[in-house]
Design a protein around this ligand. Structure first.
Ligand code: C5P
Length: 224
């Protein structure tokens, strides 16, 4: 079978990364978590004090060439490395979640990360999840999946995930953060989240992870 690229987009906490990881494993493809890249830039901005008073966008834009992001595999799975440091844990905190969508709305940030993502998909055989993969990063992807799930299911999943990782957050905070990010992600002028015309919709509100994987695998194999 021919190698293809698989683009997975959707709102926050729809289970995109769960599906993308499982698909990549089954197909022996490379998984790329683009949210982790935007989160890394947000962490860099926070750690360098760019959020201390008003968000200093210019400072961040001028520092973009000091930011290097790569992925590394270890016994805990795929790890995100920001300027040589493993940030896989810290980029998942609420502190980063609260700021990441502002950072991701900056065109210069998107330009840098999108070109790195396109480079990673050049040889095909990539499963990439995010918000603009089927529309901007790989408009020619052989398979585009747009994931949805009901808001309450999404909030519950994110809450359980934070809990399982020992992170503090109330259900109310989690809900607010999801709504906030969805709003910014769909309303920004630079590459907003929207369903590609040729994307297949996968609503997993009532699907088990196995059922969802089976569906996506069938779609993938039809396109190889
Ligand atoms: O996927 P995740 O929830 O980790 O993404 C964090 C944030 O990064 C999103 O809310 C969005 O603002 C931004 N993002 C983006 N484009 C992508 C992936 C993520 O704007 N391709």
């Amino acid at each position: 079978p021919a190698k293809i690229n698989i683009a997975i987009d959707g709102y926050s906490s729809c289970g995109k990364s769960t599906l993308a990881k499982q698909l990549a494993k089954k197909l022996h493809y490379i998984y790329v978590d683009t949210g982790a890249m935007y989160r890394s830039v947000a962490l860099f901005a926070l750690d360098n004090g760019f959020f201390e008073s008003d968000f200093d966008k210019e400072k961040l834009i001028n520092s973009l060439n000091q930011i290097t992001i790569r992925f590394e595999r270890n016994e805990n799975g795929l790890q995100t490395i920001l300027n040589g440091e493993n940030v896989e844990e810290s980029i998942r905190s609420m502190r980063v979640s609260e700021r990441v969508s502002e950072v991701a709305a900056i065109p210069e940030v998107r330009k840098k990360l999108v070109s790195q993502q396109q480079e990673m998909g050049k040889e095909k055989g990539v499963v990439m999840d995010g918000r603009d993969i089927g529309t901007v990063v790989f408009p020619d992807a052989e398979l585009k999946i747009f994931m949805t799930a009901s808001p309450s299911v999404r909030a519950q999943r994110r809450y359980d995930e934070l809990k399982a990782n020992g992170k503090e957050a109330s259900m109310e905070e989690v809900k607010k953060n999801l709504e906030h990010r969805d709003y910014i992600d769909t309303h920004r002028s630079s590459d907003p989240l929207k369903q590609a015309d040729d994307a297949l919709v996968l609503d997993n509100t009532d699907l088990t992870p196995d059922e969802q994987l089976q569906k996506a695998l069938d779609w993938s194999r039809e396109r190889m």
